[in-house]
Design a protein around this ligand. Sequence first.
Ligand code: 5GP
Length: 199
Amino acid sequence: MSDSVIPQPQNPPLLIVVSGPSGVGKTRICNRLMENDSRLVRSISATTRPPRPGEEDGTDYFFWGEDEFKSAIGEGLFLEWAMVHNHRYGTLDATVDKLLGEQKSPVLNIDVQGGASVKAIRPDAVLIFLLPPSMKALEERLRGRSTDSEAVIATRLQNALTELKRYEDYDYVVVNDDFDQAVAQIESIMTAERARVRR
Ligand code: 5GP
């Protein structure tokens, strides 16, 4: 009998959203996921936040002025955007569509408001929420980064309390206690999502 009777797995690209409070380790985890799987590509967001030392326009973010950002909102160019820690951040439709068109899986490291917006428009997106093992650990990680001022750290800790409540908007929740374990858990989630019959 011919193999044509066997359905071909689709193995589609995934639209992956990773959120969690500032300092939980989203960027480090996303970087490792992308190192381990070349199908995963970071979606570069636009932001009105000024660049930190070493950050480059077009690589880390598209660093836009307030006017540029607002006109992009007016033109409907964003899949989602939100005000985070007093600055605007947004995912451009064109960025995500281009990657999906190349059969790549965009990885969106975005805040909880953005995650909920993406899910509303793209219910097929896979939303993963990262939790810290404790508030103490979160604070230590924020201080350890030493890129942010005390005032910024305080704002981010305060915002974390609100953000943590939003985990229920997400499909999966992963505790970033042990880094390698958290990465492995997310890789298992992606393996399962790729094998889904319907999204
Ligand atoms: P940071 O300024 O530390 O790079 O990012 C601050 C926060 O903004 C992080 O929680 C990050 O996930 C979030 N963020 C980055 N890009 C986007 C985006 O395009 N949309 C939304 N909603 N949040 C974003």
